[in-house]
Write a protein that binds this ligand. Structure first.
Ligand code: FES
Ligand code: FE2
Length: 367
């Protein structure tokens, strides 16, 4: 695991962003699947969504279908969503099962992935059900959020994300007891890196996101810095009189923990916890999800108020931006432009974009 968060430029030349073909070439996307998506910790769902034995949750990482299930010993297990017989998918969506029965020839598996029954297998020479188990994947829970890593050799999450869990607990001491109450999503016709770069820089915020910078976060306070494989966004709220939602003034902190490469956990003034996370479907197909969490998953009027304002402003405003950029990356008149890298930090900066692009370069080109 290599990582560089320092800006390697000792010349007077500007630092140039990733070349456009990184965002449009299906061959690059294929490499990213193998070297990034299948080797990093990917957010799946919240622990509360698989709270009881038998609860399951089907999801994709790029073109790989998997599912999380809570077994009878209350452990969270993750398996590839494929029958070990002839390859049929085992589960769809979410739900609760006592066991897992394949829809094709009805082989039955326990919640621990072990094959329990295959009709007429007793009469098939050499068949040993005890040797057949679903293919498992590593699972970790981070502050209540469930992650998996398809790489059996991957370092644990704390090696990737440093003190992010401590930082999140400082911002929201009872974060582990929060649960999702509302989520919405948008399909974006753009490369995943366009979506992540746009999300993680605020150079565009004053111009594109008036509701955010006038009614939620004071723009002059915003700073975004890399730490390990995270991007930490910090700042404070606008004066309560100007706020677009009535937050509890006991804290006006803005704290964001983006965990490379598919989720950001955000704390808005008043300890309003919310998430952005992404799923990748192809070189120019991405879905962005916007989640809102409250203590115990209870309905909360303030959270709902800011969630609705956000959906109709900041969240939607980025859609046309990222889709226009994706079209521009395929425009013959475009070559990669210089990044704005101000060593003093602050909102008008693309240090975060530089970090994201370095992490991509390292994953694709370092062994
Ligand atoms: S493919 Fe699952 S039982 Fe045959
Ligand atoms: Fe934005």
């Amino acid at each position: 695991m290599t990582k560089s968060n320092s800006i390697a430029s000792d010349s007077d030349e500007p630092v140039i962003g990733l070349a456009p073909h990184y965002y449009t070439d299906p061959g690059i996307y294929e490499q990213e699947k193998q070297r990034i998506f299948f080797r990093t910790w990917q957010y799946v769902c919240h622990r509360s969504q698989v709270a009881n034995a038998g609860d399951y949750f089907v999801f994709d990482i790029a073109d790989q279908s998997l599912f999380i299930v809570r077994d009878r010993e209350q452990r969270l297990q993750c398996f590839y969503n494929v029958c070990r017989h002839r390859g049929h998918a085992l589960l769809e969506g979410t739900g609760n099962r006592n066991n897992i029965v394949c829809p094709y020839h009805a082989w039955r598996y326990g919640l621990n992935g072990q094959l329990e029954y295959a009709r007429n297998s007793d009469n098939s020479p050499g068949f040993d059900a005890g040797k057949i188990c679903l293919s498992g994947v590593r699972v970790e829970v981070f502050c209540g959020f469930v992650f998996v890593n398809l790489d059996a050799e991957a370092e644990p999450m704390e090696h990737w994300f440093g003190d992010a869990a401590d930082g999140l607990h400082k911002a929201v001491p009872d974060i582990d007891n929060y649960a999702p109450v509302w989520e919405h999503s948008l399909d974006e016709r753009c490369n995943w890196k366009v979506a992540l770069e746009n999300y993680n820089e605020c150079y565009h915020c004053r111009h594109v996101h008036r509701a955010l910078t006038h009614g939620v976060i004071a723009p002059e306070s915003i700073d975004i810095q890399p730490q390990a494989y995270t991007l930490r966004h910090t700042g404070h709220g606008v004066a309560a009189d100007n706020a677009c939602y009535g937050f509890d003034e006991s804290t006006d902190q803005y704290r964001v923990f983006f965990l490379w490469p598919n989720i950001s956990i955000q704390v808005y003034p008043g300890r309003i916890v919310n998430t952005y996370w992404w799923r990748y479907h192809g070189v120019d197909r991405t879905t962005v999800y916007r989640g809102w969490l409250t203590p115990g998953g209870r309905e909360d009027a303030t959270t709902m108020q800011i969630a609705e304002i956000d959906r109709d402003t900041t969240f939607t405003e980025d859609l046309s931006v990222v889709e226009s950029v994706q079209r521009g990356l395929g425009n013959r008149g475009y070559t990669a432009g210089p990044l704005i890298l101000d060593p003093r930090g602050g909102i008008d900066n693309e240090i975060s974009t530089y970090s994201l692009q370095q992490w991509v370069r390292e994953a694709l080109h370092n062994d």
